[in-house]
Write a new protein. Structure first.
Length: 294
């Protein structure tokens, strides 16, 4: 594993380019968080990324491109997607469209969709431009670990096996604490927010979950957004929904992000269940039987 500083930007881009061409894995800074990048057309490199992220095959990765022309080569753009790229050209926005299957297996979703972003950070943008084709821009942290705003956020939470898969780290120091990109699915009749970041379509946020894992991710993202208050005040997530709406699945996402090892179950009959995570306590309460507001 080699580490280069962005103080020497041209050298960093040159080294990253060489590693990507050789099928390697590079950690790069972006305008939001550090990302793990490989060549989207290299089957072996994508498999390496899957091992690094320790995620099942079939869970998609977003890709970074230089401009709208490159976007069109990898996905089918409808009017909604095109308008989003134009309206938020300078903002961190990942647009999910129907893929053209021009990437290695494991990049697109099982449904054939693909998330694409046009990064603006000079290093990652410079790497993609020099490379001439897209690279992956998935967050460089291990699943359900803290957002990677500095290199120690990544390395402190990786196993030795995962660290050994990194070929190059481009270190830009601690990044500004910006939100990850907003992810919007444009494959439906209306655009649907899958992850809320800086870009907002409406004042009221609606996020669609299509699976239990999606709901876990919503819980994880919200915990990471408010984690800075941990140890300073209580953090309360109040959920309203009928039986089976996904309240416990959301809580499982919170638990994973907080480092809880126990299986999270519904407190419907216990009313209150306490779990211990990494220096944090998660209290899961079901208030449906509670008569007294106190």
């Amino acid at each position: 594993m080699e580490v280069v500083k962005t103080k020497y930007e041209k050298n960093a881009i040159k080294k990253a380019l060489a590693v990507l061409k050789d099928g390697g894995l590079v950690i790069l800074p972006t305008e939001t968080v550090y990302v793990a990048s490989v060549d989207v057309g290299n089957h072996a490199a994508v498999k390496k990324l899957i091992r690094y992220k320790n995620r099942p095959f079939g869970k998609p990765f977003s890709i970074g491109v230089t401009d709208l022309e490159m976007v069109k080569h990898y996905v089918k753009l409808n009017r909604v997607a095109r308008n989003l790229y134009q309206a938020f050209s300078a903002k961190p926005l990942t647009v999910v469209s129907c893929g053209r299957h021009q990437v290695a297996p494991g990049i697109e979703s099982e449904a054939g969709t693909l998330g694409v972003i046009i990064p603006r950070h000079p290093v990652v943008a410079g790497v993609i431009k020099a490379f001439g084709r897209p690279i992956t821009v998935t967050s460089a942290n291990a699943s359900y670990q803290k957002k990677p705003y500095k290199i120690s956020d990544i390395l402190d939470n990786l196993s030795l096996r995962q660290k050994a898969l990194i070929d190059l780290i481009v270190d830009a120091g601690e990044l500004p604490l910006n939100e990850p990109s907003t992810v919007i699915d444009t494959t439906l009749d209306d655009p649907v927010v899958l992850r809320q970041g800086e870009v907002r379509l409406k004042d009221k946020t609606k996020i669609l979950s299509r699976s239990e894992e999606n709901t876990w991710n919503i819980g994880k993202e919200l915990w990471q957004k408010y984690e800075s208050y941990h140890g300073k005040r209580a953090i309360v997530f109040a959920l309203e929904g009928q039986l089976g709406a996904g309240k416990t699945q959301f809580t499982k996402g919170l638990a994973l992000a907080m480092g809880v090892k126990e299986e999270v179950i519904s407190p419907t009959y216990n009313l209150e269940i306490e779990y211990r995570g990494r220096n944090a306590i998660l209290t899961h309460i079901d208030v449906w039987k509670v008569q007294d507001a106190k």
